[in-house]
Design a protein around this ligand. Structure first.
Ligand code: SAH
Ligand code: SF4
Ligand code: F3S
Length: 436
């Protein structure tokens, strides 16, 4: 549809925010005739979809919107959406009066109603969007993301997300299956199922139906014939029961890469974080996954310098990192967040230089691990879904265990699964030659 109204949207934060941004864009296209632009200067509407999980992205919000305000064309509007919108609400407009509206992370479906209302603030975290039919969110032609729940019922003591996205409500399985089917009908072969805690799926629906389980949902989705790969994030290590691990192992459509957010390797810190599992449980689950799933890659999130983290606690984290041999690690330094229980531990906060040193050591440890492990793949053959072709004639795609691969190729390979012989590696990707 041609339109003369242009939307520029910038996304901070997690994959759920990426999907929300796509929902915002498609709602505005469908109901308000906006098309997207990459140029701020051309935009009639500039939206920033924010993250508040750590202090840094919140600071970034205010510097970014200041820039937007300078660059925008006359009469262009600015909207702030997402998690920081949820928790700062109208204070954003107080601090930056040129902001036209604020829409929280759980109010995305209202975007079409507020976009023309100067000063509108929609941030209720009890808004239920679990039955709202958003258009499928496509990462590219071959991949789609589908939300399976909204909100989070956990109370991890460091985390602001339950306060920005509200309580957990599952999206009905038939709606999820329909969304995935629609994406597949449009050419997707891979789907990413998204939720803050995917394996607690099915405990509460807004229409009070009986409970369901994530394992059952995986079975439902995998029945979609032309769908080849299923990915999901984030599972919670506590809910990785045997039934789930066994389904993961035997369901061939499930990508051989799992995110297991450790947060800390120390049982006493895990208790203070209210994660609900111990160091031993985590190691046991990771070992069981590795035992049942050949070629599995495990990724994780780690927070260092949580209040009260002693050197011994930190050594426990290093110990788990060494034992599990994570394939990718997202490391964070603890960042105190408003309205979280960990604020009560203020007097036990760890000096910043200790936090930074721990972070650096952890990053180095993981780098060395990758430098040791990745070259072992040289000479092997991997199968990839070809997703893009760069102007230099290189194709790019991902293996079933989610490693990025580059090789010389051509556009007739796009959307196909091909074998690649690995000739070179970096710490995070493979290079090779297409052999079939
Ligand atoms: N629901 C997801 C995580 C969402 S937040 C899950 O449980 O896996 C993404 C990551 O940010 C978390 O896994 C955690 O490692 C990190 N994080 C959350 N709150 C934080 C804080 N206050 N300080 C530092 N890192 C934090
Ligand atoms: Fe935050 Fe914990 Fe919920 Fe993840 S599971 S969003 S870390 S409260
Ligand atoms: Fe995601 Fe950040 Fe919100 S990590 S859930 S966008 S606070």
């Amino acid at each position: 549809m041609s339109s003369n109204k242009k939307l520029f949207i910038q996304t901070l934060g997690c994959q759920m925010n990426d999907t929300d941004s796509q929902h915002i864009a498609s709602e505005l296209e469908k109901h308000k005739d906006y098309t997207q632009t990459e140029q701020i200067e051309d935009a009639d509407l500039i939206i920033i979809n924010t993250c508040s999980v750590r202090e840094k992205p919140v600071q970034k919000l205010f510097s970014e919107i200041g820039q937007f305000n300078k660059k925008k064309k006359d009469g262009a509007k600015i909207g702030v959406c997402g998690c920081t919108a949820s928790h700062l609400g109208k204070d954003i407009i107080k601090r930056a009066p040129y902001v036209d509206f604020v829409v929280g992370a759980r109010n995305i479906s209202k975007i079409k109603d507020v976009v023309d209302v100067k000063g509108a603030v929609e941030i209720a975290i009890d808004n239920d969007e679990s039955m709202y039919e958003f258009a499928a969110a496509k990462t590219n032609k071959y991949r789609a993301s589908v939300n399976i729940s909204v909100g989070c019922d956990k109370k991890c003591t460091y985390c602001i997300v339950p306060n920005t996205r509200g309580e957990e409500i599952s999206i009905p399985p038939e709606m999820i299956v329909k969304q995935v089917q629609n994406a597949v009908d449009e050419g997707a072969v891979e789907v990413m199922l998204l939720g803050q805690n995917v394996n607690s799926y099915g405990r509460r629906f807004s229409d009070k139906r009986p409970k369901y389980s994530f394992t059952k949902l995986l079975q439902d989705v995998s029945k979609i014939e032309k769908l080849k790969r299923i990915r999901f994030t984030s599972p919670h290590p506590l809910h990785m029961d045997d039934e789930f691990i066994e389904e993961f192992a035997k369901n061939e459509k499930i990508s051989r890469c799992i995110h297991m957010p450790l947060q800390s390797g120390s049982t006493s810190i895990l208790r203070a974080m209210k994660r609900g599992y111990t160091k031993e449980w985590f190691l046991n689950r990771a070992a069981k996954m590795r035992e049942l799933v050949p070629n599995l890659r495990i990724t994780t999130d780690i927070i260092v310098a949580f209040p009260g983290e002693t050197d011994e606690d930190y050594q426990d984290t290093l110990d788990v990192v060494r034992k599990v041999g994570f394939d990718q690690v997202f490391n964070f330094k603890y960042s105190p967040r408003p309205e979280t229980a960990a604020l009560e531990l203020k007097e036990q906060e760890i000096p910043d230089e200790i936090g930074s040193a721990r972070l650096t050591e952890l990053i180095e440890l993981h780098k060395r691990h990758l430098e040791q492990e990745m070259p072992k793949l040289i000479g092997s053959t991997v199968n990839i879904l070809v997703e893009s072709l760069k102007p230099n004639g290189e194709i790019s795609g991902y293996t079933d265990n989610y490693l990025q691969v580059f090789a010389k190729g051509s556009d007739d390979l796009l959307g196909k699964f091909v074998d690649v012989k690995v000739t070179d590696v970096t710490r995070t990707a493979l290079k090779g030659e297409v052999i079939a």
